[in-house]
Write a protein that binds this ligand. Sequence first.
Ligand code: URA
Length: 441
Amino acid sequence: MNFQDIILAKRYGRKLTNEQIRFFVDSVTDMSIPDYQISALLMAIVLNGMDDEETTSLALFMAESGKTVDLSAIPGKKVDKHSTGGVGDKCTPILLALVSSFDIPVAKLSGRGLGFTGGTVDKFESICGFHTEIPIDDFPGQIEKVGMVLSGQTPDLAPADKVLYALRDVTGTVDSIPLIASSIMSKKLAGGADAIVLNVTYGNGAFMKNKTDAIALAEKMIRIGHLSKRKVTCVLSPMNQPLGKAVGNILEMQEVVNTLKGFGTDDLLEICIRLAVEMILLSDKAAEHQPDSLRSLCEKKIRSGSAWKKFSQFIVAQGGQVDASGNPIFCDVPVEVEAMRSGRKGYVESISAEQVGRASVVLGAGRREQSDKIDYGAGIVFSKKVGDAVEFGDKICALFMGQSHPKDSSRVAEAIEILEAGIVISSEPVLSTDDEIVVMK
Ligand code: URA
C-alpha cells in the first residue's frame, strides 16, 4: 500500500478503508513512515474529518498497537472514568473512593499533568511513600483487599497514540474531534474496562472551548463505544473557572480529603456526584438501587464517612503514609508566598481556568519541560469564585510554594501577572452563565 495514496484520498475528502487505517496505524507504530507524511495525513483529517466508522477503526487499531489490559480476573463489570482535562480537576480521587464505597471494583489507569492541566498520578505522588506503578497482575489482589487500585499508564498502552499525540502537539492538529475522540477512546479500550464514563469538559480551560463542540465530541465517543461494544456515558461540564478552590498537587489532595469529609465546594461535589451516579448505573450494582435514590446515597456515603474511610485505606494499600487519624502525610508543606487582592469593589466576573493553570505551572505545580521536577507544595487557592461580591482589598486567591523550595520572587511576580490578566472584576452582578451539567448516553 502506498502511504501517499492515503494522504491524497483524505485530502480529496474520501472515506478511508479499514485496511488504509490499519496500514496508517501500523506504520506509525513501527515508525516506517516519516513524520512529514504522518503530519500531512493528520492535517487532511483535521480539514476533511472522519466518519464514525473511520474514527472507530482508528481508535481500535491504536488500542491494538500495544498491550491491552485484561481485567477479567477481577469479578464483576469494571467501569472506567476519564476526564478530557481541566484545571483544579481533582474528581478522580474523590470518585474512586465514592464508587468503591458501593462495593464496585474500581481499577484506574491515570496520567501525569499535560500542559496547563494537572494529572492524577502527580497528585497521588505528593503523598509520602505512595506507589503509582502497580503491575496489572497485582490489580485483582488489591481490588480484593481494598476495592480500588490506581496505577500510572504504562508506556506500552496505545503507543501509536503517543506518537500521533506528540506530532499533533507541534503541527496544529490537536483540536480535531475525530482525532481527540480516537485518541481518548484508544486508551480506554486498551485499558480493559467494560463500560466507561467520560467527563467532557468545555470552556477556556478545556480542549473543547464551547458546549456545541463538547456535544459533538461526546456523540463521537458514544458512537465509538457503541461500535466497539462498550457502554459509554458522557457527562459534560463547564471548565471556565478552576474546579473547586485549589490548584496544585498537595493543595488539591487536601481539598479531596476535605470533600470526602463533607466540606467540599458545591461545584466540585456536584460534578463528582453526577459522575459517581453514572458509574454506578453502568456497574453490576445498578440493579440494587433505584436510579433516583443514587444521588442521596452518594451524599450519605460522604456524610457517614464511608467514602473517606475507603480513601484512607486505599492510601495505605498503595504504600502511602497516613497519620493516626488516617490523613495522608504529604512530602512537602505548602506555604503562602503571596496573595492577590481585588483592586476594586464589585463582583468576580470571570476567572480564566487556562490562565490559572499557566500561573500554577509557573509557580512549579506542573512541568514546563517534560524533565522538570514538580514542586508538590506549589499552587493557588481561591477565596472567591465567579459571581462572588468583593470589597476593595479582599483576597481573591493565595499563591503557594513548597516549604522545601526556596521562594522564587521572579516566578511569583510572573504568576501574579498571568493571574491579573485572567481575573475580571466588574461593577455589575454577574448574570448566570450557561454552566449546567449535561449527561449524554
Ligand atoms: N486527551 C487525549 O488523550 N487525547 C487528545 O487528543 C486530547 C485529550
